[in-house]
Design a protein around this ligand. Structure first.
Ligand SMILES: [Zn+2]
Length: 335
């Protein structure tokens, strides 16, 4: 997608602009979603297959069977926090999600915004490895399916929402969803899904119930070097203020959109540093006390992933596989 050709600032901050960007978004979505392989939903009849690529499932199961992935989790220790990020959480994957949450609840100490900030500033000692459980994109099933399940396990969710999606009229949301959030259906984003965002009352309710609400830009826009200073300002700082006004409380955390080195820039990073206490990317790395609070990485997991794949995703093997991309992002944000 050519972000330079986006509509004017005013038009872009209004509900869905009519653009024909599907082919480009398709390519980006596919590359984004699979770290190693194209992640794709294969539905045959009523059988819906996980979006975890087959090769990864086989590797993860082999490593899990001999206990290597459980060992990797066990030796992380209390000086480490792992942040994971989900996207869609449709009801058909609720039982798998339940297994994920049971695993977090049993093996980790779940952190909210204050907890993570205190950990990073040395004011909080963890009993176990920390976990941050986040959900990107403000999709309605995050509020309807994931949040009640989280609460059943006494976990706190971090909901990274693009305000413009939530702010769009209901009838315009499916188009926003297809054009700006998820062009290609997969296991977590089925073709028969509604494409609806959570509502503002949903978002306020999540915050009232102790979950974290964070800014995921306003328009679900990547912020590479081709984005102007005015647009960065809109998507990072104006978006924060609009979200804060909508939920009636400060917004302290930012989550970048997508995750290629070209989706980052020093200009946007500087705005994020000025406007937020915490910022998340998605280049699969553990968080330590010495981590830069504006360069925190998450491990991508999805609701359909079997537990061995989840354990593989948060393992140091996956962390090592992302080292080069992390260095590229680091170069992009340092200019
Ligand atoms: Zn997103």
């Amino acid at each position: 997608m050519d972000f330079g050709s986006w509509p004017s600032r005013a038009a872009r901050l209004s509900p869905v602009a009519d653009r024909d960007a599907l082919p480009a978004l398709h390519r980006r979505d596919c590359s984004w979603h699979g770290e190693w392989r194209l992640a794709r939903c294969r539905a045959s009849g009523d059988r819906v297959v996980t979006s975890a690529p087959r090769a990864k499932r086989i590797l993860a199961r082999s490593l899990d069977r001999v206990g290597l992935l459980a060992l990797d989790v066990a030796v992380r220790g209390p000086d480490t926090v792992l942040a994971v990020n989900y996207h869609g959480t449709p009801r058909r994957w609720a039982s798998m999600l339940e297994r994920h949450f049971a695993f977090y609840s049993e093996r980790f100490q779940c952190l909210d915004e204050v907890g993570l900030l205190r950990f990073l500033t040395g004011g909080l000692s963890l009993r176990r490895t920390g976990i941050v459980v986040s959900f990107d994109d403000g999709i309605r099933d995050n509020a309807e399916v994931a949040a009640p399940l989280l609460e059943r396990f006494r976990l706190v969710g971090w909901f990274m929402v693009p305000g413009g999606y939530i702010d769009s009229p209901l009838a315009a949301q499916p188009r926003f969803y297809r054009q700006r959030i998820r062009a290609v259906p997969d296991a977590e984003h089925p073709a028969d899904g509604s494409g609806h965002a959570m509502t503002w009352p949903d978002v306020r309710s999540l915050a009232d119930r102790g979950h974290v609400v964070a800014c995921h830009t306003w328009s679900h826009r990547t912020l590479g070097v081709d984005v102007s200073a005015a647009d960065v300002d809109d998507e990072v700082l104006v978006a924060r203020d609009r979200l804060a006004a909508a939920i009636g409380r400060p917004v302290r955390t930012f989550s970048w959109v997508r995750g290629f080195p070209g989706d980052y820039s020093a200009l946007a990073h500087n705005a994020v540093c000025r406007g937020y206490d915490l910022a998340f990317m998605t280049m699969s790395s553990a968080i330590h006390r010495t981590s830069d609070p504006h360069v925190l990485h998450r491990f991508n997991v999805e609701a359909s992933f079997p537990l061995p794949v989840l354990r593989f995703q948060i393992s140091r093997l996956n962390e090592a596989a992302f080292a080069r991309r992390r260095r590229s992002v680091e170069r992009a944000i340092r200019g």
